[in-house]
Design a protein around this ligand. Structure first.
Ligand code: IPE
Ligand code: IPE
Ligand code: MG
Length: 252
């Protein structure tokens, strides 16, 4: 279990230990080229490959990618079906390579909504890579930050019914083990591509003290240089977690 960054200041290394990304702009990338949105999603998968490799090489330990939100079901049925198919194809194609690279793959989100074939593939990919420790790659699929907090609360109270009679006994340390990302430290850096400056119900609990970086670049166009630029910006941030600069300089 990792301590909350709001309690302890994590070491500020030049490279984020945990990078969380909202991969946005696939549709606009395609529309700009008079292509169907599906072409943007296909190119988006190639960008994932690029970014995973770059992060691995730069020593990022945890990379969490938002692939499908709990709100994305509201898209046209055709697009939802295509995204699911792409997810299946990508798992089938990429898991061997990820495994060779020492990547541990996890999927967080309400996967019970997926068809059983996809659930099976996810389980097998997670089992297959469970011993790896080089890069922890997490795909958030049918994920919503509010869902995460609610499911954590439900599981906590199921396991500890005595807390119902003692709600003041519920504190951060009681709840956080039940959040889906409890295996990872909180994200140090968040990147959203595609120009929007919002969180869109991503890791709302875990992003409390994360450095937020927004770029206009559409996800399919994201380059290793863009990632480096984000890291460069991250290096200039002073992470105070409520303290003053002087306190940090004094090491208090
Ligand atoms: C992000 O790109 C991918 C998913 C949400 C699955 P979008 O599909 O949201 O692309 P835009 O925002 O419409 O350009
Ligand atoms: C957020 O992108 C979700 C993913 C990237 C998976 P959206 O494109 O769905 O976000 P909103 O709805 O425009 O905020
Ligand atoms: Mg979008």
């Amino acid at each position: 279990m990792h301590k909350s960054s709001t309690l302890a200041v994590p070491e500020h290394a030049g490279v984020p230990r945990h990078l969380a990304i909202i991969m946005d702009g696939n549709g606009r990338w395609a529309t700009q080229r008079f292509l169907p949105r599906s072409a943007g999603h296909a190119r988006g998968v190639q960008a994932v490959r690029r970014v995973v490799e770059a992060c691995g090489r730069r020593g990022v330990r945890y990379l969490t990618l938002f692939a499908f939100s709990s709100e994305n079901w509201r898209r046209p049925q055709e697009e939802v079906t295509l995204l699911m198919r792409l997810f299946v194809q990508t798992l089938q194609k990429e898991v061997d390579k990820l495994n060779e690279q020492g990547v541990r793959l996890r999927v967080v989100g309400d996967t019970s909504a997926f068809d059983s074939g996809l659930q099976d593939l996810i389980r097998k990919a997670e089992e297959r890579t469970a011993q790896n420790d080089t890069l922890h790659l997490t795909i958030a699929a049918n994920y919503g930050g509010r869902w995460d907090i609610l499911q954590a609360m439900q599981r906590m109270l199921t396991e500890h019914p005595e807390l119902c009679a003692d709600p003041k006994g519920i504190d951060e340390t009681a709840l956080t083990p039940y959040l889906t990302m409890s295996f990872a430290p909180e994200p140090d850096l968040f990147i959203r591509t595609g120009g929007e400056q919002r969180i869109s119900n991503f890791l709302i609990w875990q992003l409390a003290y994360t450095e937020l970086y927004f770029t206009e670049r559409y996800w399919p166009d994201i380059s290793v240089r863009d990632i480096d630029a984000a890291f460069e910006w991250y290096r200039t941030r002073e992470r105070r977690f409520g303290r003053t600069s002087a306190q940090l300089a004094g090491g208090d």
